[in-house]
Ligand binder design. Structure first.
Ligand code: ATP
Length: 591
């Protein structure tokens, strides 16, 4: 219960702006209850005065009034229910947008720790579960409590002694709800976890279909899905069984109550202490009393199930972004391209060792600096620090002498363009994929960027040209072509500092040759930091930095390093043993 209270306290503030509407919904429920009561009393009057007496003249008055009450009840019911759905969905919209917005700011390691399918489930199912508690739950509780008190009062008013006799059974409802709620919460939590796991397995499996097929992993993948699907099935069946058990139990208690009313009624009528109309009205009030009491019992179940979702959403919201915008924004300035690392040390959260240690380096505007080193040396980490995916644990990174922590994030990323190791594809057309480099770019600018990236020709040769749809994992374009689309995007961004992470990795010599010219155009006049293992690119660099185990071990030109740096010479060593003939291999990679 404490968890439910905490979850409620956390998410209730999000209903600000909807509370007036929630009150209107409750008012509608009150009016509906009044209309029902009037209808029941009119029914009693009709039974005693028109039906039993066989008098048509006694029929018209109550019948007309009943119809009027029914129309008002219908209108108010329609209004209340439509409003309730609208308010609930507005809350879902707001909560989902808030959580999704928060997720956008989270650092890469958060996504490595959480499976995508699980996050999808949290942003869909769990968000809706919280709504069930915070909006529908509150409105439902107030409405049900009001209706229960109201109908109970009406029954007591009609015959307090009979009413008390039937209320004796009421604690059974609460007892049942209490007994079932804990187990239902557990089942619902298990179900959500399993649901997320299924989505994850399907997503991972489809994303890895080539590996699955090439290595005959079909059976393993099927087994993985089967394991999660069975866990889901078990939780789902357990949850359904518990809810069904609870409902059937309530059903039996209700029947007991109805039989008690009829039994007592027969006795009272035979003793002449009650009319048939009064008994029917009494039975109707008791009948109307069940659904709200039942709702109150079930509400406890909804709340416990929602608490499970709330805890999972809270876990996301409590994850801190690794970087934040500065409190006081420095004014934008025309960036020249001085980049500096001053005694920078960084360790990934949860990692046992520093990935970058006491790194100091400087680049000047327009300089091409190549960063190389063995695998795992910390090269890509430098790119992540420079683009502020993370802040260093100590030391300062600066742009034109301004510490990055003082630079607004959007300004920083406008001025430092990153061409990541993995070509990133946006879900959209080729045009949109290029245009996201600079939102608002004109058609002519997009095409110019594509021409400079040597992409225009192959794009126009596609059946749909610039309108060809692309998606992550797309097969519409080859690796080299996608890389040129990414270069066009970076061209359009026209940032004074460019960070290229392994731009030729994964490409054969022909594809690499195709991107070399566009890359040269992209780099000209900008400060470029190129991370690469491909030392055939080194001769044209102004400087080469050699990184090993997170430290800068040496820097100089290719020739200087060949003469004195053992780490570098090892990296530059020719391939051992005979190499398959590739006539213009080295030529292709020179820029
Ligand atoms: P490669 O040339 O293979 O791409 P790299 O020099 O770019 O390697 P980095 O990716 O910068 O190396 O990684 C440096 C070190 O940091 C490695 O030891 C790696 O295991 C570690 N590392 C990288 N990313 C994370 C992470 N998210 N969490 C923990 N450790 C990480």
């Amino acid at each position: 219960m404490r968890e439910a209270r905490e979850a409620f306290r956390r998410f209730w503030p999000l209903t600000r702006g909807d509370r007036t509407w929630m009150l209107v919904i409750v008012a509608c429920v009150v009016v509906s209850a009044l209309a029902e009561t009037a209808a029941i009393l009119l029914f009693a009057e009709l039974t005693d005065n028109a039906l039993e007496a066989g008098s048509l003249s006694a029929f018209w008055g109550p019948a007309g009034a009943w119809l009027g009450v029914a129309v008002v009840g219908a209108l108010v019911g329609y209004l209340g229910n439509s409003l309730a759905t609208w308010t609930a969905e507005r809350f879902v919209l707001r909560l989902r947008a808030g959580v999704f917005g928060h997720v956008q700011d989270l650092p890469p390691h958060f996504f490595q720790r959480h499976r995508q399918g699980d996050l999808v489930e949290r942003l869909t199912g769990d968000v809706e579960a919280i709504e069930q508690m915070v909006v529908s739950g509150v409105v439902g509780t107030i409405s049900a409590a009001f209706s229960a008190v109201f109908y109970a009062a009406a029954a007591l008013y009609l015959r307090w002694d009979l009413a008390l006799a039937t209320f004796v059974l009421a604690p059974l409802f609460l007892l049942a709800a209490r007994r079932f709620s804990g187990r239902i919460k557990q089942a619902s939590q298990d179900e959500r976890v399993a649901d997320g796991a299924i989505t994850s397995v399907v997503e991972e499996s489809l994303g890895n279909i080539v590996l699955t097929q090439a290595y005959n992993r079909r059976r393993d993948e099927e087994r993985r899905l089967d394991k999660e699907a069975r866990a889901w099935m078990r939780a789902s069946v357990r949850g359904a069984r518990l809810i069904e058990m609870y409902e059937q139990f309530v059903e039996v208690v209700e029947t007991l109550c109805v039989l008690a009313v009829i039994g007592l009624g027969v006795w009272e009528i035979s003793a002449g202490r009650m009319t048939l109309g009064a008994l029917l009205a009494f039975a109707a009030f008791i009948g109307y009393l069940y659904p709200p009491v039942r709702d109150l019992g079930q509400l406890g179940l909804t709340v416990t199930a929602a608490t499970a979702g709330a805890e999972r959403i809270a876990e996301i919201l409590d994850a801190e972004p690794a970087v934040r915008d500065p409190e006081t924004r420095v004014a934008a300035w025309p960036v020249r391209g001085w980049v500096g690392f001053h005694g920078v040390t960084f360790r990934y959260p949860g990692s046992a060792r520093d990935s970058v240690q006491d790194m100091t380096l400087r680049t000047s505007p327009g300089e091409l600096v190549l960063v190389t080193g063995p695998s795992g040396a910390g090269k890509s980490t430098l790119a992540k620090l420079l683009t502020r995916f993370y802040d260093p644990d100590s030391g300062v990174i600066s742009l034109d002498g301004v510490p990055l922590t003082d630079v607004p994030l959007d300004f920083l990323r406008e001025n430092i363009a990153l061409l990541p190791q993995q070509t990133l594809v946006l879900n959209g057309t080729v045009r949109e994929n290029i245009a996201c480099g600079r939102p608002g770019a004109t058609e002519a600018e997009i095409e110019q960027a594509a021409r400079s990236a040597a992409a225009h020709d192959f794009i126009t040769a596609l059946p749909d040209g610039y309108d060809t749809p692309l998606a992550p994992g797309t097969a519409a374009l080859s690796g080299g072509q996608l890389q040129r689309v990414a270069i066009a995007r970076a061209m359009l961004r026209a940032a004074p500092v460019l960070v290229l992470d392994e731009p030729t990795a994964g490409l054969d010599s022909v594809a690499a040759r195709q991107i070399v010219q566009p890359l040269r155009r992209l780099m000209s006049g900008r400060t470029t930091i190129m991370i690469t293992h491909d030392l055939s690119l080194a001769a044209d660099a102004d400087r080469v930095l050699v990184v090993d185990e997170g430290r800068l071990v040496d820097s100089g030109t290719h020739d200087e390093l060949m003469a004195r740096c053992p780490v570098y010479t090892r990296l530059a060593e020719p391939w051992p043993g005979p190499r398959p003939p590739a006539p213009d291999d080295t030529l292709a990679l020179r820029i």
